[in-house]
Design a binder for this molecule. Structure first.
Ligand code: FAD
Ligand code: NDP
Length: 322
């Protein structure tokens, strides 16, 4: 029986693996096999330069994740390149299935992340990370976007936050909103309306992303008049929500109304003792590599405490290997 199974392999999963391995819990990680459409290593494998991970000034997303994986292995974690299909959390030990094989474990750390929703517009695949992004905080500061007119699609809090952030670098930000109102909270709506660099295009949907090697504009449609036009922009950011990767849990943990795992404030404890959640799968506000890594560390420490203090005596920590 395993002490700790870690599901997912982004920054939270690997940080949890490093801490759990160093605590001699001999963790087993399922890193996923293109789970939720993302390669093992998680969302950072889909981007280029990472400039905001402290201590590392020049690295690409895939290279950073490769280093994290190497460190997990060096510390003694075991990694299976498999996707967890289902779990049974109804009694201890918990059960986890992958490729039809059943694993028993005393604790689980869920690190399966979230996937930014995309629109699959014509031009999107060609220009992804060449001016099209789903994370302004991650990519907005790149020299590529400086002093250009940029567009953000969405009308929620994320869209306003991302548009506001982009005004630091852009000459102007167009907020492309499909209805005649913003979904964002009142305070965020005010923020958008009072920012002289933000222009809101209500009742507007993007139809196509223009440009060959980089974004040169978007084709948009006014949904009231059905008229279409090309708008020159140097970048397009999606802020139309994220999908947390929690489907495989089949409702066995408490989720919020948008599918994120609920954790107890200031901890990674879920609604079930012995099951912890870290990273974007439980965080819809910060969604950064460093915050994911931070909660991965918390989850491993909390799993270790659980195995020492709270677990039924028959399931207490069996510290092997590591
Ligand atoms: P994720 O990175 O979301 O990875 C989760 C992993 O779990 C995935 O590999 C997935 O396949 C796997 N998985 C899912 N389900 C299962 C399953 N059932 N079984 C096994 N495995 C499973 N943040 C920054 O701090 N700086 C940046 O510059 C930056 N740039 C970004 C650029 C882009 C394009 C994107 C999309 C995000 C960026 N982010 C950046 C955000 C950052 O990538 C995320 O906050 C971070 O990766 C979240 O880490 P995580 O550990 O929650 O897991
Ligand atoms: P939301 O689901 O709140 O908003 C998504 C926005 O994208 C909506 O305006 C929606 O339009 C629009 N949208 C969705 N699909 C499409 C599409 N296909 N085409 C065009 N527009 C589309 O997601 P957020 O990520 O903004 O927020 C998620 C949660 O996180 C919320 O609870 C939010 O309050 C919270 N949050 C809080 C922050 C803060 O307090 N600082 C910061 C960021 C997030 P429509 O309105 O028409 O449905």
């Amino acid at each position: 029986m395993e002490n700790v199974i870690i599901i997912g392999s982004g920054p939270s999963g690997h940080t949890a693996a490093i801490y759990a391995a160093r605590a001699k819990l001999n963790p087993l990680m399922f890193e996923g096999m293109f789970a939720a459409g993302v390669a093992a290593g998680g969302q950072l494998t889909t981007t280029t330069e990472i400039e905001n991970y402290p201590g590392i000034m020049e690295i690409t997303g895939p290279a950073l994740m490769e280093k994290m994986r190497e460190q997990s292995l060096r510390c003694g974690a075991r990694i299976l390149t498999e996707t967890v299909e289902k779990v049974d959390l109804s009694k201890r030990p918990f059960k986890v299935w992958s490729q039809g094989i059943e694993y028993e474990t005393k604790t689980i750390i869920v690190c399966t992340g979230a996937t930014a929703k995309r629109m699959n517009l014509p031009g999107e695949d060609r220009l992804w990370q060449r001016g099209v992004s789903a994370c302004a905080v991650c990519d907005g500061a790149l020299p590529f976007f400086r002093n250009k007119v940029l567009a953000v699609v969405g009308g929620g809090d994320s869209a306003v936050e991302e548009a506001t952030y982009l005004t630091k670098f852009a000459s102007k930000v167009l907020l492309v909103v499909r209805r005649d109102v913003l979904r964002a909270s009142k305070v965020m709506q005010e923020r958008a309306k009072n920012n002289p660099k933000i222009e809101i295009l209500f009742n507007t949907i993007p139809l196509e992303i223009l440009g060959d090697k980089s974004v040169s504009g978007i084709k948009v449609k006014d949904v009231l008049t059905n008229s279409e036009k090309d708008v020159p922009v140097g970048g397009l950011f999606y802020a139309i929500g994220h999908q947390p990767n929690t489907q495989f849990l089949e409702g066995q943990l408490e989720l919020d109304e948008t599918g994120y795992i609920k954790t107890k404030l200031g901890t990674t404890k879920t609604s079930l003792p012995g099951v912890f959640a870290a990273g974007d799968v439980q965080d819809k506000v910060y969604r950064q590599a460093i915050t994911s890594a931070g909660t991965g560390c918390m989850a491993a420490l909390e799993a270790e405490h659980f195995l020492t203090d709270e677990c039924p005596p028959s399931l207490r920590s069996d510290k092997r290997g590591g």
